[in-house]
Every structure is written in structure tokens, then in C-alpha cells.
Design a protein. Structure first.
Length: 482
């Protein structure tokens, strides 16, 4: 028999549990609701979660995941990630363990249907026309993967997956857009990225919340092919609801329409832009440097890359993605604790990545200096690229005249110039290179004697400039007619 007392205790316990659950849900959603910087877009019609799923795979919803504490959780943005079966197991698991963990809904497309850790990976090429595939060697990899009796990496030893993967890739983008809109028609924003793209989710959500998805938008980092402007795929491009509708809804079978065109062209991101232009009359809008193709080690810091929020980076391997994710979450926690959260700016990446490592000279290091070169023209045959980026000799100061002699001459010449001309240098094999922005760079193979690469930063100039530009009075979002 239950006593009156035990019933009361049980009721109290049940009530506390309910209260606890309600509070924890609310805590998870806190920033999306209360943080003025991070209000989600909320443009009316929201898609229901896919039936039988709590998001796209076997995981807690971001609102219930402590790893995503302080992250905005909007329900109007979909991330679409493109990969290929020859690389998917090297890239996707890390994305799932980090960035995608806090993205409420996403789709992963590849060139083969798979499951990775229980998450579906769709075949973007399943609807390519037979006409385009037949007798087309671009699809050799596709066919080999399908017929592979063991793991894809094992089968790819018989081919050249890097080149073959590239040739196959260009057929994907328009089909992905078509399939995506059919699977998930209700979103305001469709964010197309590669599996080595890092998405800065809190920044992205904040930014898109300010824009109008009912306008035809196609936001990217502009690249040119034969004078035609398109959004670089690895940097990621963002397509509004209105553009997706005009492209897919109003053009049944749009994917197949571009299969033969893709065969003639180099790249899928370019073909996608052609399709958007032809069918929806939408052209890319330049969002660089906020949509960015560099990464922390290659970002050129300086006046053009400083108070700018950044929403994507590219060419990030698994370790780089994981390391940045830790930084991004720490930054976000600190911002929330400060009571006045602001977006992560490019300067914050400088302070985290480059500032602690700045030094006068770094051996066997490549700092990407290539704005201006100093060489002894008579010493040997220099390539056009080098000769093209030299000052006329009559503009040299005394130190510039001898900059090509050694790493320390190169350094001294750099120091003698204003920051607009040089804040870092690199010396290698009789060539002094100077640069106007500061970059972390990377190690290069060790070489002996003259061929050794030596890079250096003009630490004083950089410190003086960064100290002066310590506070960003104005956050420089891209200009957008919205
Ligand atoms: C596949 O292509 C056909 C022909 O263009 C089209 O009618 C159909 O809607 C496409 N299917 C999907 C799932 O996109
Ligand atoms: C990291 C990197 O790519 N560094 C550059 C440094 O400068 C040389 C020019 O001498 C470039 O060729 C490198 O690419």
C-alpha cells in the first residue's frame, strides 16, 4: 500500500523533474531568444523536423547539447555539405563531432549513398541523365565506387581519386540544389559548403538574421571565369528562399538541364551560378572577406581583414576544424559572460593564432610574402611573375638596393619601409619578398645554405598597428542592398 506521505514525495519528485527539464530546455535556447545580437531570423513559416527524427541523425538536438551552450539555434537555416566518397571518411566525422553538432538541420551530399556514424549521406548524382553519363570517363570513379566490394579507399588504389574526384565534382551542385529544395522546402536560407569548409555558426546566424530571405539573394566570395562572376564553392555560398524557389520550383528538372554543360566546364560552383542566372536571374553578391576562402594560417591580416566578421573559412583539415571549434566556443562563452556579445572578427583570429607566435625570424618557414620582390636581375633568369612585382630601381632606398643579398638585408630593407609597403618578409635563394599584410604561414622542408627559406615579421610595426586598431568601433559587415 502507498502511504499518503510516499505519494506526496513521489509527486514532489515528479514536479521537480519537470521543472528541471523545462529549465534546461530554456537554458539551451537562451541565446536564441534573449541575446539581442543573436536573435534568429524567424520569418514566419518554419519547417517541421523530419518525421521520426530529432534532427538529421543520431544525436541530441543542439538545444539539449551542453557542447552548444550559448550557440544560437534558429530553425530557418539549412547547411548543405558537399563531399566525395574518396574523402568523406576523412572529413565528415570531424564536422559531425564539432560544427555540425550545433547546427539544427543539415544535409550531406556525396557521390555515393552512405551512412557515416548513423548520419545519412546522399548521392548527389543519382539523378544525372543517362545521356551525360554514358561513355563519359568523368563517371569512372562513380561507377567504380558503386561496384566496390570493399572500402572505397581500397578500390581507389586502382585509380587516381584526387583527379577523378575533381572531374566528378562539377556535376553535383545543381543537382544538390534541386534535391535539397525537394527534401527541405521550408527554409529561409540554404548554406552550401564543402566538407573542408569551416562554418562560424554564431556569426552566420546573426548575419542572416539581418537579411531578407524573401529577396533573391546569392551571397558568396566572387571568383571569375571568362568574365562571369560566381561564388567560390569552397568558401561556401548562401542562397535565399526566394532564389531557391525561382531556381528549383519554377524549373522542373533543372539538375539534368545542366549535365551536358557541366561536362564542358571546369567547376560545379560555376555551373551553379550559370543555372541561377539563366533560370532565376540572380547574380552573385560579393561578401568577401566575410565569406572567405582562407584559414587561420593563411589569412592576410591588415586593414582589409580586421574589423570584419567572418562566417566561413576553407581548406581546413580535421585538426584545424577541431582547434578552431574549441577557440570559437571559448570566444563565445567569454562574449556572453561580458554581457555585450559581439561577433567573432578577423582580428580575433589574429590575436588567437598569430600574435602569440610573432617573431623576428623563423627558419624553414613560408609566410606567403609575395607583394613585392627584390632580386639581382643579372644573377640569373627570373620568372615573369617575379620581375612583374619589382619596383623601378630608381625608387630604391639604400637598403632596398641590397635587399636581395641575404635574409638580414631583406629584413633591414623591410624595416626601412612604411607599413603600407612591408610588415613581413621572406628570403630564399637570392630572392627577397615583402608583404603588406601579416600572415602566419607554414613550415617548409628544411634546406641547407642559400636555398633555405627564412621568413620574418616586422614585429614592431605590427604591434604598433594592432595596438592602434585594438578596438573596432565599427563592425564591418559586407555591404548588401537589402
Ligand atoms: C530527376 O530528373 C527528372 C528529369 O529532369 C525530373 O523530372 C525529376 O524531378 C528529378 N528528380 C529529382 C529527385 O530531382
Ligand atoms: C606560406 C606560403 O605560401 N608562403 C609564400 C612565401 O613567399 C613566397 C614567395 O617567395 C611564396 O612563393 C610562398 O607561397
Amino acid at each position: 500500500m502507498f502511504t499518503r506521505k510516499s505519494i506526496t514525495i513521489a509527486l514532489c519528485a515528479a514536479f521537480s523533474l519537470l521543472l528541471l527539464l523545462a529549465t534546461s530546455r530554456r537554458l539551451g535556447g537562451w541565446t536564441a531568444i534573449d541575446d539581442p545580437l543573436y536573435q534568429s531570423g524567424g520569418h514566419g513559416h518554419h519547417p517541421p523536423p523530419p518525421p521520426g527524427h530529432n534532427g538529421p541523425g543520431p544525436r541530441p538536438h543542439p538545444s539539449e547539447n551542453p557542447d552548444c551552450a550559448g550557440y544560437p539555434i534558429p530553425d530557418n537555416i539549412l547547411v548543405i555539405m558537399k563531399t566525395g566518397a574518396s574523402e568523406s571518411f576523412n572529413r565528415v566525422p570531424t564536422q559531425l563531432m564539432t560544427v555540425l553538432k550545433c547546427v539544427p538541420d543539415f544535409l550531406i551530399f556525396s557521390d555515393m549513398e552512405q551512412k557515416i556514424g548513423g548520419y545519412p549521406v546522399y548521392d548527389s548524382l543519382s539523378n544525372v541523365s543517362a545521356e551525360a553519363m554514358e561513355g563519359n570517363s568523368d563517371f569512372d570513379l562513380y561507377r567504380r565506387q558503386k561496384a566496390c566490394p570493399v572500402d572505397v579507399e581500397g578500390c581507389n588504389k586502382q585509380g587516381n581519386p584526387a583527379t577523378e574526384g575533381w572531374n566528378l565534382d562539377k556535376y553535383k551542385n545543381v543537382h544538390m540544389a534541386e534535391q535539397t529544395y525537394k527534401m527541405r522546402p521550408g527554409y529561409d536560407w540554404y548554406v552550401f559548403v564543402d566538407a573542408d569548409t569551416y562554418v562560424l555558426w554564431p556569426n552566420l546566424v546573426h548575419w542572416l538574421g539581418k537579411l531578407n530571405p524573401n529577396k533573391k539573394h546569392y551571397l558568396g566570395s566572387v571568383t571569375l571565369i571568362q568574365g562571369f562572376r560566381f561564388g567560390h564553392g569552397g568558401s561556401g555560398y548562401i542562397v535565399s528562399k526566394a532564389s531557391m524557389k525561382a531556381l528549383v520550383d519554377e524549373n522542373p528538372g533543372v539538375g539534368q538541364k545542366y549535365d551536358l554543360r557541366a561536362k564542358r566546364e571546369c567547376c560545379g560552383d560555376y555551373v551553379f551560378a550559370l543555372a541561377l542566372k539563366d533560370n532565376a536571374d540572380v547574380s552573385v553578391e560579393q561578401m568577401w572577406p566575410t565569406i572567405n576562402g582562407e584559414k587561420p594560417a593563411t589569412l592576410p591580416f591588415g586593414p582589409w581583414h580586421w574589423c570584419h566578421p567572418i562566417v566561413t573559412m576553407h581548406h581546413m583539415n580535421s585538426e584545424e576544424i577541431n582547434t578552431f571549434w574549441e577557440f570559437e566556443r571559448r570566444f563565445r562563452r567569454e562574449q556572453i559572460a561580458s554581457g555585450k556579445p559581439r561577433p567573432l572578427l578577423i582580428k580575433d583570429i589574429y590575436h588567437e593564432y598569430l600574435e602569440p607566435k610573432l617573431k623576428r625570424e623563423q627558419l624553414d618557414w613560408d609566410n606567403k610574402s609575395d607583394d613585392r620582390f627584390y632580386v639581382d636581375i643579372s644573377a640569373k633568369q627570373w620568372d615573369e611573375g617575379t620581375l612583374h612585382r619589382m619596383k623601378p630601381a630608381n625608387e630604391y632606398n639604400e637598403l632596398e638596393k641590397v635587399a636581395h643579398r641575404s635574409a638580414s638585408d631583406c629584413e633591414a630593407a623591410c624595416k626601412s619601409l612604411p607599413p603600407d609597403d612591408c610588415v613581413q618578409y621572406k628570403y630564399e635563394d637570392g630572392k627577397c619578398a615583402m608583404h603588406r599584410s601579416f600572415i602566419l604561414g607554414k613550415p617548409v622542408p628544411k634546406k641547407e645554405g642559400a636555398k633555405q627559406s627564412i621568413s620574418g615579421w616586422d614585429v614592431e610595426k605590427i604591434k604598433e598597428w594592432t595596438e592602434r586598431e585594438k578596438v573596432c568601433d565599427k563592425i564591418q559587415w559586407p555591404n548588401l542592398s537589402s
